[in-house]
Design a protein. Sequence first.
Length: 115
Amino acid sequence: MSVLGQRIRRLRHRANLTQAQLGKLLGCSSSTVSLYEGGQRSPDTDMLIRLADVFGVSVDYLLGRVSDPTSKDSQSQLEPEEGWSVAEDLTPEGAELLEVLTREVKKRFSKKESP
């Protein structure tokens, strides 16, 4: 299931809505809501905006770009899927190289001022 689908389902449950009720609010069928939640179909831009409005969250939150549902931060970072790690599919050597590179990038581009 996609981040978008997970978040739609979670928000719908929190709002105590059925798929049919959410569909009526959005102007679509319950089967369309089911397809969104299951990740088999993606809403278009207008529908994303309607979903965000119905639940009072940002589109960035729905898309998994921020973890705060109401964040308006335009410099958001992509959120990895729950339980997923960048190094997960790497060999031990690759994971070690990634760690070294990450430290070097942090050192070079840290917001802290160097002495």
